[in-house]
Design a protein around this ligand. Structure first.
Ligand SMILES: C[S@@+](CC[C@H](N)C(=O)[O-])C[C@H]1O[C@@H](n2cnc3c(N)ncnc32)[C@H](O)[C@@H]1O
Ligand code: SF4
Ligand code: SF4
Length: 374
């Protein structure tokens, strides 16, 4: 870490501190709190919120884990939360002490009112992080973004070099648009990150991607193992939460490549950390690569955790969700006070159900948030 910081200078140090939660995305597990949560479901009010402001999207990426949700949103388009409701939620978060909001989608830039919301969040002096496919960012949008004082980090999804990325994102020209957006947004006082989902389509391109990240001069790159789950894992998880789990793109039992190929790619990424800040997700890969890959974490009694319980997750309707993959939403934050709703009976009960037994759901086993707590 010291070498990296010396190389990249104080500016990076400042940015790292600012954007800790995007790039050092690990909550220090508070064991006393987790023990209490098992007993009564209580959690202290969150400082960070992750908000899926829309499920609509301009792309149809092959691996997208939100495919089912997007189709649902398109059918009932009218149900999307409106600007006034979003502003009410910002007020609600602010008065409960939330300090940072990570805006996610769907694709945030399909929302015409997104800048009104950003203006309001800036007025409240709350920090902003965002993740985007970058395709809709033109010069005007880039210039607007550069003027905000409270944007701490912008993450762009890039899953391969030109041909591969366009194939995965199912849009010719997507790569050029995203790369162009990154170039336009350089030089701001925020952290620029590239996020890549590792899958069979691009496993051989991690090298090219690192070169691209270095060439573009981004501050960090995040490589995430593709998430998916099997029908069995969905069914077993449904029993735990007594509700529906969002389907993934396809229900599968295993990765489409060997452990050795994955390891080669991951080792290569680790070896490049002296050149650029590289974050590999899920964090559990640091100590338990093989068990993660083979799906044997539970069998091997590895103590597992996830930071999602410590943070507020809000869905596209403005409801709190305990995890973005569990369909059930609780307490709409447009009109329910977060201070009261955060530990309402339903939230406590669902936290307790998930923490019971192994402490996680079967669908957690290939999730990018999976961490170990030992
Ligand atoms: C769902 S997207 C929403 C934001 C925006 N539309 C984008 O693509 O950046 C958030 C992130 O999830 C990643 N993602 C999509 N499907 C995934 C999967 N099956 N496994 C892991 N990450 C996935 C995307 O590549 C993106 O980096
Ligand atoms: S751009 Fe993001 S939300 Fe849209 S389909 Fe691709 S991964 Fe999913
Ligand atoms: S690890 Fe499990 S609880 Fe955490 S976000 Fe993933 S699926 Fe949800």
């Amino acid at each position: 870490m010291n070498i990296l910081l010396k190389k990249q200078g104080l500016k990076v140090l400042n940015k790292l501190n600012l954007s800790e939660h995007v790039f050092i995305n690990r909550v220090r597990f508070d064991y006393a709190l987790l023990e209490r949560m098992k007993k009564d479901g209580y959690m202290p009010l969150p400082k960070r919120a992750k908000w899926e402001t829309t499920m609509l999207c301009n792309l149809r990426c092959v691996m997208c884990h939100q495919t089912e949700r997007r189709e649902e949103a398109m059918k009932s388009g009218a149900k999307q939360i409106n600007k006034e409701e979003m502003l009410k939620i910002v007020d609600n978060l602010y008065s409960a002490g939330v300090e940072k909001i990570l805006f996610k989608g769907g694709e945030i830039f399909v929302r015409r009112d997104f800048f009104d919301v950003l203006d309001y969040v800036q007025e409240k002096e709350m920090g902003v992080n965002m993740i985007t496919n970058g395709v809709l960012i033109n010069e005007e949008i880039a210039n607007k973004l550069k003027n905000y004082k409270n944007i701490e980090a912008i993450t762009f999804s890039l899953d391969g070099l030109r041909e591969t990325h366009d194939r995965i994102r199912k849009m010719q020209g997507a790569f050029d648009k995203t790369v162009n957006a990154i170039k336009m947004l350089k030089g701001g006082n925020y952290f620029l990150n590239i996020a890549c989902v590792i899958m069979a389509h691009n496993l051989e391109e991690t090298k090219g991607l690192v070169e691209l990240g270095v060439e573009l001069g981004v501050d960090a790159m995040t490589f995430t193992m593709e998430m998916f789950y099997s029908t069995r894992e969905i069914e077993d998880s449904k029993m735990i939460v007594s509700g529906e789990i969002y389907q993934q793109r396809s229900e599968r039992e295993s990765y489409e490549y060997s452990y050795e190929r994955m390891k080669e790619a991951v080792d290569y990424l680790k070896s490049q950390r002296h050149r650029i800040f590289i974050n590999i997700q899920p964090k559990i890969l640091r100590e338990h690569e093989r068990e993660f890959f083979e799906g044997t974490l539970l069998q091997n009694k590895i103590p597992l955790g996830c930071d999602t319980f410590f943070e507020l997750n809000i869905n596209e309707h403005g409801e709190m969700v305990v995890c973005p993959f569990v369909k059930e939403g609780y307490a709409n934050l447009v009109d329910r006070d977060l201070k009261e709703a955060w530990n309402c009976k339903e939230m406590r009960e669902i936290r307790m159900s998930i923490m019971k037994g192994a402490g996680m759901m079967p669908i957690c086993m290939r999730c990018c948030k999976l961490d170990n707590t030992d």
